[in-house]
Design a protein around this ligand. Structure first.
Ligand SMILES: Nc1ncnc2c1ncn2[C@@H]1O[C@H](COP(=O)(O)OP(=O)(O)O)[C@@H](O)[C@H]1O
Ligand SMILES: [Mg+2]
Length: 237
């Protein structure tokens, strides 16, 4: 297995946020992590990256134990997290943002990024701060690709974006995935999850309460009702 998270526990001070979380992502897979606000999704990603280190349990990537490594070493294993805040430089142009992230020997060139995200090419001389939310997200993903990730982790990439932009980003993620990048996606938009993912996990109060493949998940309205509050009555998937 590519990424394995085994029985991890994580805390903010005394607050025991992750309580025995286990999940795995195989090479080439796209896996979704779902759950209500406050469930611990972002914290799980931060634990994988060593930003909120796991106090117990074990995280392995490509056979290497990364549980206790500092974040820069984890990033050096070609794991790239795009946080909710996206982390682009607002004062730099689109192209400067991309070039800054360029990594010697990366599989992705500037031209590749512009091919996947034509909007970024159109906006290449604009400042990061002048972009729409959707374009900022595309830039964040483009920057991450310039770093040549083996595992790309995204935290709610389409939150707050207009449906037409969401569709665009979904297509771009499909393309990125089909070119061999393994993806772990935290997302609350069920339609996005079921369009993209091979498998799903649901977190609730710091515990994994469900896991299933995409077909099983799509049909299980009960689980959506119970843990996500969006059964068939409220949202068709
Ligand atoms: N920096 C922090 N300090 C203290 N508590 C935090 C911090 N960040 C998140 N939390 C708490 O940890 C829990 C999980 O948060 P988070 O992982 O951000 O959830 P999610 O991403 O699923 O919405 C929540 O109860 C949240 O209030
Ligand atoms: Mg979050």
């Amino acid at each position: 297995m590519f990424l394995t998270v085994e029985n991890i526990h994580a805390y903010y001070g005394q607050s025991h946020v992750l309580q025995d979380v286990s999940l795995h992502v195989d090479q080439g897979e796209l896996v979704c992590l779902l759950g209500r606000n406050g469930a611990g999704k972002s914290t799980t990603l931060k634990s994988i990256m060593g930003i909120v280190p796991a106090k117990q349990g074990k995280i392995q990537f490509n056979g290497v134990d990364i549980t206790a490594l500092p974040t820069y070493r984890i990033a050096g294993c070609n794991i790239c997290l795009i946080p909710e805040q996206r982390g682009i430089f607002r004062q730099l142009t689109v192209e400067e943002n991309l070039k800054l992230a360029a990594y010697k020997g990366s599989r992705w060139s500037l031209a590749d990024i512009y091919r996947i995200f034509p909007r970024l090419q159109e906006r290449k001389r604009n400042g990061g701060g002048q972009l729409s939310g959707g374009e900022q997200q595309m830039l964040a993903i483009g920057r991450a690709l310039m770093n040549s990730p083996d595992l790309l982790i995204l935290d709610e990439p389409v939150e707050g974006l207009a449906p037409i932009i969401v569709e665009e980003i979904v297509e771009q993620l499909k393309h990125i995935r089909s070119s061999g990048v393994t993806i772990l996606l935290v997302e609350q938009n069920l339609e996005v999850c079921t369009q993209l993912a091979d498998r799903h996990y649901i977190l609730e109060s710091g515990c994994i309460v469900y896991q299933g493949d995409n077909e099983a998940f799509k049909q299980d309205t009960d689980v959506k009702d119970r843990y996500l509050g969006v059964g068939e009555q409220t949202q068709a998937v």
